[in-house]
Write a new protein. Structure first.
Length: 330
């Protein structure tokens, strides 16, 4: 009888625990919904990198649109690149009023002393934009296709070279991914930034470059550079008719610069979803989309779960490349 009575007491205890747990979850959901309904109730802050750079320009364009649609002022808070803006947002109240606008270097190339984790310390909101690179050569180059480049690189291992900007930049990562997947060895020639790297190619100092679309589309149009292929998985509206690297002899190739929005960890899901919808609405405005396209940047605005999947896929695809090439954040 004691055993039967004890079993009943245990069952009652378990039932009460389940009820209380469900009540707690319901309470949290209720709080999150209430916060989303009251959001925003004060100015918002987008924390990003130094003024004047690509991150800053894009963040300000988004802030202008959000200010108009939300009815609250949205300010851009510029901080030195790297861990500083991430640390500010990670420590901010998880209420959606402070967000981070940053690039894929956050999850691919954290600083050596980085203690923050993209999933533990943040709530991914949306992949706002992406920027493909264009494989370009000097117009005097005999190379007309990616397949011709691969044949020549395999015939002359280590003799061809490419220019790139900073260590770990999109131009650097795109080229090293190409080396790996195409099975070639094209040597890196580093320059102090993407602009000087493109100038080096136009001066015929190097053989090729994976340059961001916005930085070379005008040079391709004017004939100062020749585009061979685009680094995205699908063709881009930025340069219609240009084939992808993947379809030109390197299956599975994809290398794009990504720009995403993050809220602090433990930001309620309803608030995160509201933020994503607000950013998406701004991104899809014709004038905003046109300005991004003029910068060589594609509009995305993916939902949070899709953004998480994109980050994980990017880390899986590029992690080994970064390790094998010994690439570190500067």
């Amino acid at each position: 009888m004691r055993t039967e009575s004890g079993g009943k007491r245990r069952n009652i205890h378990i039932t009460l625990c389940i009820i209380l747990s469900n009540c707690y979850i319901a309470m949290l959901c209720g709080i999150g919904v209430a916060q989303a309904q009251n959001f925003p109730n004060r100015p918002l802050r987008i924390v990003t990198a130094e003024p004047g750079g690509g991150n800053d320009v894009m963040a300000r364009l988004l802030a202008q649109g959000l200010t108009a649609s939300l009815g609250q002022q949205v300010i851009v808070d510029n901080r030195p690149s790297g861990a500083i803006p991430r640390g500010i947002v990670a420590k901010a109240p998880p209420d959606g009023h402070t967000v981070l606008f940053t690039t894929g270097g956050f999850w691919l190339l954290p600083s050596e002393n980085e203690t923050l984790d993209v999933f533990r310390d943040f709530s991914p909101v949306t992949l706002a934009n992406r920027q493909p690179s264009i494989l370009v050569v000097h117009p005097s180059s005999p190379l007309k296709t990616v397949k011709e480049l691969i044949v020549l690189a395999k015939a002359k291992p280590g003799e061809l070279n490419y220019s790139s900007g900073a260590n770990g930049s999109s131009s650097h990562l795109a080229a090293e991914l190409f080396n790996s997947l195409a099975g070639v060895k094209i040597v890196r020639i580093p320059y102090k930034g993407a602009g000087p790297a493109a100038n080096g190619l136009m001066a015929n100092q190097v053989h090729l470059m994976f340059a961001t679309a916005g930085s070379v589309t005008s040079y391709i149009s004017s004939g100062r550079l020749r585009g061979l292929a685009v680094s995205s998985a699908q063709p881009t509206e930025l340069l219609p008719g240009l084939p992808t690297v993947a379809a030109s002899g390197v299956p599975g190739y994809e290398a794009v610069a990504m720009f995403g929005v993050f809220a602090p960890a433990r930001t309620p899901s309803p608030v995160v979803n509201r933020l994503q919808q607000e950013f998406l609405q701004v991104l899809n405005k014709p004038d905003v989309k046109e300005r991004f396209m003029a910068m060589g940047v594609e509009v995305v605005g993916s939902p949070p779960d899709a953004f998480v999947a994109t980050i994980k896929a990017d880390m899986a695809r590029m992690g080994k490349i970064i390790k094998d090439a010994g690439i570190r954040a500067e």
